[in-house]
Structures are given as C-alpha cells and as structure tokens.
Design a protein around this ligand. Structure first.
Ligand SMILES: [Zn+2]
Length: 587
C-alpha cells in the first residue's frame, strides 16, 4: 500500500503509517519534529453548528463559517503529517445536538475515535450523565435504560479519557478501566507511594504515545468547578482536586516512566477580548483582577510540562507564558464545536527526550467550510441524521414569534420565562409547586418562528438538551429570599428565570445580599417564616451554579424530565406567544 493510499484511508490506517514512519526515521536527526492536532469542546457537533456558534473570526479579522464533522475530518487529514498525534481537551460530548445526544453521544465518540484522537482530558460535560455512564462510554456496553443504538452494542471509546484531578473518595484500588495499563511500567513500590501521597484517580491520569521515535506524555485534568456545574448525584463517589497538584502528580508519573516531553491537556481556560485573531493572546482577567483560571494554571503547573492545551471557555487564543522555572511555554485553546484545530509543532531531542521549547509553535487553524467535505464522514453523519430524523421532525407545538435569550435589564428572557412556566405546570400536581426557577445556562438555544411557527422535537430538544429531572423542594420565605440574592455576587450574575407566579423587585444599586425585595407569589407577599414549594431542575436543586441555598430545601419530590415538561407545555398552549418581561421589576 502506498503512503498516499494509506493516508486517504481511515484513521486506523493512518496510525499504522505513523509507526512505520517512526521506525524509518530512527537514527536520523537528533532533534525530531512532532505535531499535535487538538480539538476542544466539540459538544457532539457532527453537523455544522449554526448561528454565532458556527462562525469564527479568522487570522485576517474576517468572520467566516466554521465547524462541522465533515470539514473537521477534511482539515485533520490536510494538517496531518507523518509526525502527528491527535488529542483533545474535553467537553467532546454533552450539551450536544439531538443527532448525537439521542444516542448518548456514541456517534460523536465514534467519529472522534475514527478521526484518530488518541487521548483527551475529560471536561465537566463528560460527567453530565454521571461517572458510571462515563465509564460505560469508555468501556462499552448497552445503556442501562435505553439499550443499544441502531448501530448495535457500544464498543467503547477508542481514545483514552484522562482525569488526573478526578479522585475516588473511598477507594484503595484503581478502577477497572482501560488506560491504566501504562502505570504497570512504573516500579510497583514507587507507584504505590505516588498513589498513597496523592489518592486514587478515578480516570487514567496520564497517557504516553510514541511518535517519530520519541515519547510524548499527556496529563489530563478538568475544571475544579465541575462539582458546581454538573448534577451532584452522578458524581457522589468523586472529588475534584487541584489542577496544578494533579499536573504535578502526572508529571511525577511521567518522570518515573522517563518521559520528558510532557503536555497538559486541561479542560479549563480563559476568556478573551472579542474580535481578535484566533492566534492572538488577549486573555482577560477575572472580575477580582487576578489573571484567569487558565492562565493561573498555565503559569503555575510543573516546569517540566512543555505545553498547555486548554478548553472549557470556548475561546481561541495562543499565549506564551513563563513556567515556574522562568522558561517560556505555550498555552492555547481552540474555540469550540469543531470550529478550530490547534496545531502545535515542536522538536524533541531524541537523546534526552526533552522538548526544545525554542522550537514550540501553536497555530489555531480554522475549520472553514470551503474545503471539500470528507466523504466517509459525510456518509457517517448522514446515516445518523437519517436515524434520528423521525424523532427530530415530530411537531410538538407552535409559537407566534421568536422565543429567545435576549435579556431585559433585569436578566429576564422570553424563552426563560416560558420554560419556567412549563416547569411549574409540570410540577404542580404531585410536587405541589408554587413557583419554578430555571437556570439561564440550561437554556441552550433560541426557538425561532421561521418559517412557520412550528416547533419540532428537534428544536425543543436544542433548547433543553440535558435531560434534567424536574424536582420540587420546600423553602421558607427567608430561604427563598436568600436564594434569589445568590443571583448577584461579586463573581457573577446568574438570573434565574421565574415562572409567572413569582414577582419581585431587583435593585442593582443595593449591596450584594440586599438586592431583592417585595417578593410575591401569585400577588401575595412572601412571609419569611412560611413554607413554599419551589420547582427547579435537579442541577439547581443540587446546588448548581452556586445556588447553595437550594441544598437547604426539604421534602424533595422528583417529577418528569425537563424536556418532556417543556414539550407538554408547548403542546397544551399552542400557539405560545412571548410573555411580557415584567416578573422582575427594576428598583
Ligand atoms: Zn466545560
């Protein structure tokens, strides 16, 4: 088979070529080139993402359409040379479009495996359906409730998911997952000591790959905020430790394996100024004036780590930072939804195994749609679109105009209000709910009127893709007040979308903790010592988004899935019109 033919074939065949080339190069130049191609925050975007999610600012400042598996695969092939390893930085799945989510993201994991991804950090969204579901996706097997997809039993993920800072709370042994084999090469006594000092990682902490005759070590870690942004019940047995400490642990393991070229794949990043080139470094500071979480990590992690590829904030940037030893290293991220491939190039000293940092470059390549789509991927995506179409095209209701996430000065949105109304309606009977509150981050898409006001299951799914459970808890009036005050903190503003039964005044000029007043339920003032039934999804009721007051709720009742509640409401009240944004009044 000629190399051209091999390169034109599937990802597996490309991998075979790479190892052959590696042998052919052995004994050549002392400094050997390595290329990493990285993706982050793919979020199951097999189809080209639409709206602003499908656009990027390119190197020339132009806004271009970007993303889509067929183009990502074509660009990956174009950028792949004989020294290439492909990696990722998490949130590859979760909060995905229906074509992937309807099948628990198995189609996306299959695509990414076929693309040749060899290792990825886990993101927070990898835990959306809990640790046991993540383990099933890694190992293979049927979904405990939904069984198999039309493709048959899931075979497991072809790449290694890494999570050095994800620890098991009460365990003395490593879990039964592929990827831990690498640790068998560490001297047993030293491994035992490392685990005793650090704890038991719930996922493989490191992976080592050989390319062009040199070894590259990867450490994976996820945002420390994961417990506050995923459903608590799914991660009960886990704790999420310091990224910096986990990187040190990973680096120590790699040292024990004599792997000197070390790359951190981290699902944490920074925000940047808008309108900049994807290759610019315009990371912005946290509200408290300190540098962003990603920059903190990139500057603080072990000086032996040569490169930091990041994720989570969906931004594109390439930054040069100083490591704790004062040496330069690069820190980058590649947007989201498969719109950017980060191409990192560097040379490794064959003799010492060290990366020559002066040779390090990162170039964020935009996945434009002007390239010819990859034919095999096009077939694959079409197959899954066909499979999901009967579900996706079913009509669930009508709207008279757009319901969207455009916020009033109070933070209220028409779509948020309608969702809260739907959640209240679904939880009155059985749960006894009097009000409902919806987290704005869980409203993932707008409902657009065009062309005819019909809302399909596919469209409502895109708005509420998480399959959260509706729950109701009892809070006193005082606790409800405290909960509403948690919407405004020094760190962030998160306005919970209120059902029409709730009204209150928000005074932006008042101090934190005293911004809410005049709370009424169905027009009746709330009494501090009285009890009220409050509906929200299980993410919020579990204290998500920092709403810790929800954890003080009592008499927990669980009801339907949020999407079912939304669809039932759209069906029963069609056509639904945008409500007036008057539930929260500015004071
Ligand atoms: Zn994330």
């Amino acid at each position: 088979m000629t190399r051209l033919r091999v390169l034109a074939a599937a990802g597996l065949a490309v991998a075979a070529t790479l190892s052959m080339t590696g042998q052919a190069n052995a004994g050549g130049e002392r400094l050997v080139p390595v290329r990493l191609l990285a993706l982050n925050d793919f979020h199951g975007n097999l189809e080209p993402p639409t709206g602003s999610s499908g656009r990027m600012i390119d190197e020339n400042g132009a806004t271009v359409d970007a993303g889509g598996a067929v183009y990502a695969a074509a660009w990956m092939k174009q950028l792949t040379n004989e020294n290439t390893l492909k990696v990722a930085q998490g949130d590859l799945i979760g909060a995905s479009p229906l074509v992937s989510a309807a099948y628990h993201d198995e189609p996306s994991l299959e695509f990414l495996g076929d693309l040749g991804i060899t290792a990825s950090a886990v993101g927070n969204h990898e835990f959306d359906e809990g640790y046991s579901e993540l383990k099933r996706l890694i190992k293979g097997g049927s979904h405990p409730v939904d069984g198999d997809t039309p493709a048959g039993p899931w075979q497991g993920t072809k790449f290694t998911y890494l999570g050095a800072n994800v620890l098991l709370k009460d365990a003395t042994e490593l879990p039964d997952l592929p990827g831990y084999e690498i640790l068998q090469d560490v001297a047993p006594g030293k491994l035992r000591k490392a685990l005793r000092d650090y704890g038991i990682p719930a996922l493989p902490p490191i992976a080592v790959r050989e390319i062009n005759g040199v070894k590259i070590g990867f450490i994976g870690a996820v945002t420390e905020t994961t417990p506050t942004i995923v459903t608590a019940s799914g991660i009960q047995e886990l704790k999420f430790g310091s990224v910096v400490k986990s990187a040190e642990f990973g680096s120590r393991l790699l040292d024990l394996l004599n792997v000197k070229a070390q790359v951190l794949l981290v699902h944490e990043g920074d925000n940047v100024l808008t309108g900049k080139s994807p290759d610019a470094c315009s990371t912005t500071n946290d509200p408290d004036g300190s540098s962003g979480n990603g920059t903190d990590i990139a500057t603080q992690v072990d000086p032996e780590i040569d490169l930091i590829l990041s994720g989570h904030s969906h931004q594109a940037y390439v930054c040069k930072v100083k490591d704790p030893a004062g040496n330069d290293r690069l820190y980058s991220q590649g947007g989201s939804f498969g719109r950017v491939i980060s191409q990192a190039d560097f040379k490794v000293d064959r003799k010492t195994g060290q990366v020559d940092r002066s040779t390090e470059t990162v170039d964020n390549q935009i996945v434009t749609r002007t390239i010819a789509p990859d034919p095999a991927t096009a077939q694959f995506v079409q197959l899954w679109k066909d499979r999901v179409s009967a579900v996706a095209n079913r009509k669930v209701g009508d709207v008279t105009a757009d319901l969207n996430r455009v916020a009033a000065p109070t933070g209220e949105t028409t779509l948020g209000d309608v969702i809260a109304d739907a959640q209240l309606e679904a939880t009155v009977t059985g749960g006894g709910a009097q009000i409902a509150l919806m987290n704005p981050g869980g409203v993932r898409n707008d409902l657009v009127y065009a062309p005819d006001g019909v809302v399909t299951y596919g469209e409502s799914f895109a708005v509420q893709p998480f399959s959260n459970l509706m729950q109701v808890v009892t809070l006193t009036g005082d606790r409800l007040d405290a909960l509403l005050e948690q919407q405004w903190t020094a760190a962030k503003t998160t306005v919970l979308q209120p059902s029409k039964s709730l009204s209150y005044t928000y005074s932006p000029g008042n101090a934190f903790g005293s911004k809410v007043s005049d709370i009424k339920i169905n027009g009746v003032p709330v009494v501090g010592t009285d009890s009220y039934r409050v509906a929200a999804n299980n993410f919020l009721v579990g204290g998500g988004d920092g709403f810790s007051v929800f954890l003080q709720g009592t008499d927990l009742w669980s009801g339907p899935i949020d999407l079912d509640a939304f669809n039932a409401y759209l069906g029963a009240h069609s056509p639904v019109s945008p409500p007036a944004l008057d539930r929260i009044t500015l004071g």
